[in-house]
Design a protein around this ligand. Structure first.
Ligand SMILES: [Zn+2]
Length: 344
């Protein structure tokens, strides 16, 4: 053994390092070649034991030092490169534009219904519920619309084949008014409720008519509820719903379950009552029917005649949404067309 051999190994190792060009795989190969058990250097170290004590003293520390230096150098390099590689793998390019997350939102109809519920509950109303599959009694008879009554023709009805357990005919409710007597049977006045929900009519569809639609019924009953109460509540509701000051106008009309009954109009919010194309230059928009509850309906609910007074009204929720959001066709609501849904 001579110093030259060690020097030569060291030189070859250094050249290998330079040739590797900082390539991690090449460095690992170099590590095996020069420092593994079978490497020339390790063979030399193994052979130390066969040398004379003097030679051992001379070469032993030198060979070990050479090995330590080489190991220290290559291990340091490999570690450094490995860390760099790991960092590159985890690197995040913060300049790449973000991916837009599509978040769903409430359907216009749900939103409108919730707005209506919020306004009424803020006025002290409670929200009640009723069945969509109804019997003939609650949908018609209890509301003073007996079978022979010509007014029945106003409500084209989806009849079901089944009957209820009392043998009464079943139908899809034609209005939310079906829940009036149901509620009154279980509750004593005074109360003020709204009943939102779906209703169905067996009729041809067009821009203003759907076979399935949403309504809400408002019912206020007490000892001395009058038309004046109705007018003030309606004005407060419509002003809150549309924004601004809305006025109410009543016109006499007829509904079997009211006495007296009215059609009512609200002041045109587009022109403020001056007259425009939306209101056909009348300054008013037709809203729907309302009236004081017919005592015959109270009787059906089990109340004594003339003990209470109250008013009721029912509106299409789609119609309110159409007016507020300028939707020109009621059929859009159930079309499932995302181009419509995404607008609101
Ligand atoms: Zn107008």
């Amino acid at each position: 053994m001579s110093k030259d051999i060690l020097e030569k190994i060291k030189q070859q190792f250094q050249k290998g390092l330079e040739d590797s060009g900082g390539n991690l795989e090449k460095l690992k190969e170099l590590q095996v070649k020069f420092l593994s058990r079978k490497s020339k250097l390790n063979q030399l170290l193994k052979g130390l034991k066969d040398l004379s004590p003097e030679e051992k003293k001379e070469f032993g520390p030198l060979a070990n030092k050479t090995k330590q230096e080489m190991e220290g150098e290559i291990i340091g390099l490999i570690k450094e490169l490995q860390q760099k590689k790991d960092l590159e793998k985890d690197w995040i390019d913060v300049t790449i534009p973000g991916k837009e997350e599509k978040i769903g939102h409430l359907n216009l109809l749900t939103k409108t219904q919730r707005d209506i519920e919020r306004i009424f509950t803020s006025m002290g109303f409670e929200i009640a519920d009723g069945p969509e599959i109804e019997n003939e009694y609650y949908n018609f008879d209890a509301l003073n619309i007996p079978q022979s009554h010509p007014a029945r023709d106003l409500w084209d009805t989806f009849w079901l084949k089944n009957k209820d357990k009392n043998g009464d005919n079943l139908l899809l409710r034609t209005h939310t008014s079906n829940s009036q007597v149901r509620y009154m049977e279980k509750n004593q006045p005074p109360f003020q409720i709204i009943i939102p929900g779906k209703a169905y009519r067996y009729e041809a569809t067009d821009a203003n008519h759907e076979h399935s639609f949403c309504q809400f019924e408002a019912l206020v009953v007490g000892d001395d509820i009058s038309v004046a109460n109705f007018k003030s509540i309606a004005e407060e509701f419509f002003s809150a719903f549309f924004g601004g000051k809305i006025e109410i106008r009543l016109r006499p009309s007829y509904f079997p379950f009211t006495e007296p009954g009215f059609e009512f109009d609200i002041s045109c919010k587009v022109c403020g009552g001056k007259g425009c194309s939306t209101c056909s230059n009348t300054g008013w928009l037709e809203m729907g029917g309302c009236g004081m509850v017919n005592q015959k309906v109270f009787k059906a609910a089990g109340y004594k005649k003339n003990q209470y007074q109250g008013f009721a009204w029912g509106f299409g929720i789609e119609r309110l949404a159409m007016m507020k959001y300028k939707v020109d066709d009621i059929r859009h609501f159930r079309s499932g067309d995302l181009r419509f849904v995404k607008q609101f």
